[in-house]
Design a protein around this ligand. Structure first.
Ligand SMILES: Nc1ncnc2c1ncn2[C@@H]1O[C@H](COP(=O)(O)OP(=O)(O)OP(=O)(O)O)[C@@H](O)[C@H]1O
Ligand SMILES: [Mg+2]
Length: 330
């Protein structure tokens, strides 16, 4: 049984000739981070909002933990699904703590439990509770508001999260920081996440798997590495920058190619790279003379080893195929 399943789902808005979502089927397993990627108007928000029944599909079925969402009372359904949107959606007349307490209050939690939860969540999203609990949304930056939006969505610890371009309106540096933080939060919490973006780099950085949508249809559903190396349509190839190998190396994370160490160890040797590095960073270090590099995680443990053949291996099957093609022409 999958955590989320779409079965032949279509959605047409009244008075429109083309459906916004057409016959979409896919499965998401528990704990997976799935990114919906596609250009403006392709149906990302429509798809997301059908999961928590802010919209209802015209055809097909959506199953959450095997249960048809139409058969579950809508309040019960939404209690299991956190929801984060672009402008944070915070209530402007409520302080940070009041915003986060909305769902716990609805569920009838006692004051101490809610208060402890607020502190814990603010710490999780890197906002000092002492500084921010009493603030109002207008007294915070966009990035800080998004952090509160995330904390609010996590308040009652729902197993599912829907995130609709949560970092869309945030500058590039803060955005990268929030992406890293979200990745590390996900490592602790193991939510099942559907995350919408139209930003290819963001999708590749965050996703276990990416769903590429075009005109309401799924064009490809694969891991980031598969999408970069084996785009299934010209549309996908263009989206990820064609056959530009330099762009590809800047998109692929080092953990995708490294040899994993069976027993990570504490004291990393001198020649090491962060496990957040892309292959461009790794190759740059190799060009400077480091033949083999240790890959080190946030906690300072070496978790893998990478050298040039690991990277070359990615493209060698393509090179082999090209040779065969050339041979056929000759
Ligand atoms: N309430 C609505 N009534 C009629 N048509 C709608 C409605 N909401 C969305 N649409 C149409 O459905 C299609 C998909 O819209 P949707 O908002 O899902 O796209 P999106 O991929 O989220 O785009 P963006 O990246 O701009 O947010 C678009 O053609 C849009 O015009
Ligand atoms: Mg949208």
């Amino acid at each position: 049984m999958s955590a989320i399943e779409f079965r032949n789902v279509s959605k047409s808005y009244p008075g429109t000739s083309e459906p916004a979502i057409r016959n979409v089927s896919f499965k998401v397993e528990s704990g997976e981070f799935i990114v919906l990627l596609g250009s403006s108007g392709c149906g990302k928000t429509t798809l997301l909002k059908m999961v928590n029944r802010l919209y209802e599909q015209s055809e097909g079925h959506i199953l959450i933990d095997g249960k048809d969402t139409m058969a579950v009372p809508v309040n019960e359904l939404r209690r299991t699904i956190g929801y984060v949107i672009q402008q944070s959606g915070l209530f402007p007349h409520m302080s940070v703590e009041q915003n986060i307490a909305v769902v716990p209050d609805m569920l009838g939690w006692d004051k101490e439990r809610t208060s402890a939860r607020i502190d814990k969540l603010l710490e999780l999203v890197h906002l000092d509770p002492k500084v921010y609990r009493k603030r109002y949304p207008r007294e915070m930056s966009g990035g800080q508001q998004q952090r509160v939006g995330l904390a609010r969505a996590l308040a009652a610890d729902p197993p599912f999260m829907l995130m609709d371009e949560p970092f869309g309106a945030i500058d590039a540096i803060t955005r990268t920081k929030l992406q890293d933080e979200l990745t590390s939060i996900q490592k602790q919490l193991h939510k099942t996440i559907l995350f919408v973006t139209h930003d290819v780099e963001e999708a590749i950085r965050l996703a276990d798997k990416i769903i590429i949508l075009r005109d309401g249809e799924i064009v490809q559903y694969d891991t980031p590495l598969e999408i970069i190396l084996h785009p299934k349509a010209d549309f996908v190839r263009q989206l990820i920058g064609g056959d530009d190998i330099f762009r590809q190396i800047s998109l692929i994370n080092v953990t995708a190619v490294m040899d994993k160490l069976s027993a990570p160890y504490r004291k990393p040797p001198n020649a090491s790279v962060s496990d957040k590095s892309d292959l461009k960073t790794v190759l740059t270090m190799m060009l400077r003379g480091e033949e083999t590099l240790h890959v080190v995680n946030e906690e300072g443990y070496a978790t893998g080893i990478v050298s040039l053949p690991h990277i070359q291996k990615l493209w060698s099957p393509i090179a082999a195929k090209e040779e065969v093609k050339q041979g056929a022409i000759d």
